[in-house]
Design a protein around this ligand. Structure first.
Ligand code: FES
Length: 764
């Protein structure tokens, strides 16, 4: 079995194609009646039925398991024999990553059947090795030994967990995107048998294991979707490889530093996104790029140089390490933020049909980005998480995964309270998403004394009326510095109930007895409520203008929820779980969120506060490469709901692209684009337009490349190598001076060579 299929994840439809019953149905029935002569059903999907005495005396074969824990030979009792592999392996202390609850919705339990046979627990279909199967669907067959391999991504390493920023609801494996593994006796070829690897150009020609007496003993592997790139060989393990999970919000940015060896969270940091000074919302920033080409680079500098670089340096220092220990980053963000981070023009997102330049899992090198020293002197990998659409970005798909929403039968909602209020509804196997322009108020931005949830921030307010009394909770022990989002939610709820706020959101000076003179005139804008005194006895207030901003944000999110529910024909009462996410972490008062109208019609019992789920998704993806596939699948599922007739054009030519696989699984039609006028890197990605030679302007050269691609399925990369490429549609950039001549020449040469050019609908 070739390595690519050995490691491919198995979908239900793929399983149907691959599984070849080795017995006829009649013979199978006869065998079944011989093997299971009583009325009990040992093929029950639950695997809980008791077996009869006849089965107890049946020969029980050995089960050999190869896993990251080594090779083990397990003796299986007759009772254990009836269990599904996921349950059997759990009892043998080799738990699989059953994140969908063994409901055939994920690939967390995928194992490789190397020898022997297994039986589908529901259908009785017998499958012989070699095959890739889901552990929750099969049990052992009754004859012969069986050998299974549990890949690292399928071995459960961590149960759902809570860290200070978020609550994850799915278990995960420890199979990080960057890892160092001992080189087995068979060298790199032995690694390749377990997972598909390629050598990076830097490794080619260096001393490979076995080539010299002083052979390296560790290989560094970096995840590249359909393969792992070997980027280093060493004789000693890396003493402290760091991975950083990042959430880039429109208003706030948060990150966690983890030890890639064991997934421990070492430190974190957060701050406002410095792009805020150029506009509160994504549309303003998109418009800046559309009207002034220089703004793209400026906005990229603001996020990379001015926001992320200091935060990374701060968090790495807090972890007691130095930046040269950084090996890998994952970034979840809305689609516009990812474009700005990567330096890709987001202008098309701002106008119909709202087409982003990319949505797929994208891998960058730190050297491609404008990091300042010392980060500019380092080279690490950056994974941008896959999104679903222009306004349903990777932050939301990451959240849908981290909360387990993608596996929830629902009806369930994920509401991410951020500058873009993003909402996903799950019902049955369908996901529906939308976004609303809430503004940054709940993130503490744009308000008179709004701050992030940091030391000194007031996090909760309780108010009683007549006479007015105020009780505060504050983060840390320092003097109050301002109010964070949770306190503003409290204020909207208790301010209205106490009579301090009227139905228009104005402060009612005469409705409450105010012995402390907390209600004060505020600049030229009406009144303000003094919550506390800050440093130097300055007033910390909530002004009427702040209340107007908060009400606008609240109304945008509430309207988004109600409209989405109405479109699907549901009411709030029908929602089983509402996952409430947001940068304000796990401390939001649920009752206050309902009472202020942010979550209209829901009850506290329906609401689960889950914190920053975008960061949670980035963290899970960093430590479990399988999570990336699931996040991409969530995005594709949301797109697939728009219609099965959609044709998804995917940008990069070589085979095995994650999005192509997931789109095909979702039943969408996929075509591969071939860029005739763009140079390709060795990994099939387009050469950055910042590099010389990235755009090919000679029409004949473009035509030569296209003809070769059509005839030989090959294309030459910038470093002179031939790679596989099979585009079905040819793209030419319209913004180059020779664009028209390039297109004409390609067409003429293709037709002269007898290549038929047809509409896409005829092709697929
Ligand atoms: S646990 Fe088997 S498919 Fe999810």
């Amino acid at each position: 079995m070739p390595p690519s299929s050995r490691h491919s994840v198995t979908s239900r439809c793929l399983t149907r194609q691959l599984v070849q019953p080795i017995f006829s149905p009649q013979l199978k029935n006869t065998l079944r009646s011989v093997l299971f002569p009583t009325t009990t059903n040992p093929l029950s999907p639950t695997g809980t039925n008791r077996v009869n005495t006849a089965l107890d005396v049946r020969v029980t074969p050995n089960l050999v398991v190869e896993s990251p824990k080594g090779r083990q030979t397990l003796t299986i009792s007759a009772v254990e024999h009836t269990l599904r592999l996921s349950e059997l392996l759990r009892r043998k202390h080799l738990p699989l990553n059953t994140r969908c609850g063994q409901r055939s919705l994920c690939d967390g339990c995928v194992v490789e059947l190397l020898t022997g046979q297994v039986v589908h627990a529901a259908t009785g279909e017998i499958v012989a090795a070699p095959h890739t199967i889901r552990g929750c669907e099969y049990r052992l067959a009754y004859d012969g030994d069986v050998t299974l391999r549990i890949p690292p991504r399928s071995l459960l390493a961590y149960e759902p967990q809570v860290v200070s920023d978020f609550k994850t609801k799915v278990p995960h494996a420890h199979d990080p995107l960057w890892q160092q593994i001992p080189i087995p006796p068979g060298g790199l070829a032995a690694i390749h048998r377990r997972r598909p690897v390629k050598l990076s150009p830097a490794i080619c020609g260096s001393a490979l294991p076995g080539a010299t007496g002083n052979a390296p003993t560790y290989a560094t592997l970096e995840y590249h979707g359909d393969h792992w790139l070997v980027t280093g060989l060493a004789s000693q393990p890396d003493p402290q490889p760091l991975g950083i999970a990042i959430d880039i919000g429109t208003t706030t940015v948060a990150l966690l530093v983890t030890d890639l060896r064991d997934g421990r969270v070492l430190s974190g940091a957060a701050n406002f996104n410095k792009q805020m000074h150029l506009g509160d919302d994504v549309l303003t920033r998109i418009n800046l790029c559309a009207t002034d080409p220089a703004m793209l680079r400026h906005l990229q500098d603001l996020i990379v140089k001015d926001t992320l670089a200091p935060l990374i340096t701060e968090a790495v220092a807090k972890a007691g390490a130095t930046p040269d220990r950084i090996r890998c980053l994952t970034i979840a963000a809305n689609t516009t933020m990812l474009h700005l981070f990567a330096g890709v023009d987001p202008s098309p997102i701002g106008v119909a049909p709202f087409t982003p330049a990319f949505l797929h899992h994208r891998i960058l090198r730190s050297t491609d980005l404008p990091f300042p020293p010392p980060l500019s002197e380092l080279c690490f990998t950056i994974h941008l998480l896959p999104g679903a659409a222009a306004y349903v970005g990777a932050d939301l798909t990451a959240g849908a995964f981290a909360t387990g929403l993608v596996y929830d039968e629902g009806p369930a909602l994920l509401v991410d309270v951020g500058t873009n209020g993003e909402i996903v509804l799950k019902r049955g196997d369908k996901l529906y998403g939308c976004a609303t322009a809430a503004g940054p108020a709940f993130e503490g931005a744009g308000l008179t004394n709004g701050v992030r949830a940091a030391d000194g921030a007031i996090s909760h307010i309780e108010i009683t009326a007549n006479p007015l009394t105020v009780k505060l909770d504050k983060i840390g022990h320092s003097t109050p510095i301002g109010l964070c989002g949770t306190a503003y939610v409290d204020f909207l709820a208790v301010g209205r109930e106490s009579g301090l706020l009227n139905h228009r959101g104005r402060i009612e000076k005469n409705a409450v007895a105010d012995p402390d003179h907390r209600i004060i005139p505020w600049k030229d804008y009406g009144l303000a409520f003094r919550v506390a005194y800050g440093p130097g006895k300055t007033d910390i207030v909530i002004a009427e203008t702040d209340i107007a901003n908060l009400l606008q944000a609240k109304a945008a999110i509430a309207a988004g929820i109600l409209i989405l529910l109405e479109r699907i024909g549901l009411t709030p009462a029908q929602i089983k779980t509402l996952y409430l996410a947001g940068g304000f972490g796990l401390h939001l008062n649920r009752a206050h969120a309902i009472r202020c109208g942010l979550l209209p019609g829901f009850t506290a019992e329906q609401i689960e506060v889950v914190g920053n789920t975008s960061l949670a998704g980035a963290y899970l993806a960093l430590l479990d490469c399988g999570a990336l596939d699931e996040i991409a699948r969530a995005g594709i599922a949301a797109v697939a709901n728009l219609g099965r007739d959609l044709i998804v054009p995917l940008i990069y030519g070589p085979k095995g692209d994650l999005m192509a696989r997931e789109a095909a699984r979702a039943g969408l039609k996929v075509v591969r684009k071939f860029f005739a006028d763009r140079a390709l890197e060795a990994n099939g990605m387009l050469v950055s337009r910042k590099k010389p030679g990235s755009v090919i302007s000679d029409p004949e050269e473009c035509a030569d490349r296209t003809l070769r691609m059509v005839r030989e399925h090959k294309v030459r990369t910038v470093d002179g190598k031939d790679i596989d490429c099979f585009g079905q549609t040819v793209m030419v950039h319209g913004d180059t001076p020779t664009a028209v001549r390039v297109a004409q020449t390609i067409r003429n040469r293709l037709e002269a060579a007898g290549v038929k050019i047809a509409p896409m609908s005829e092709l697929i």
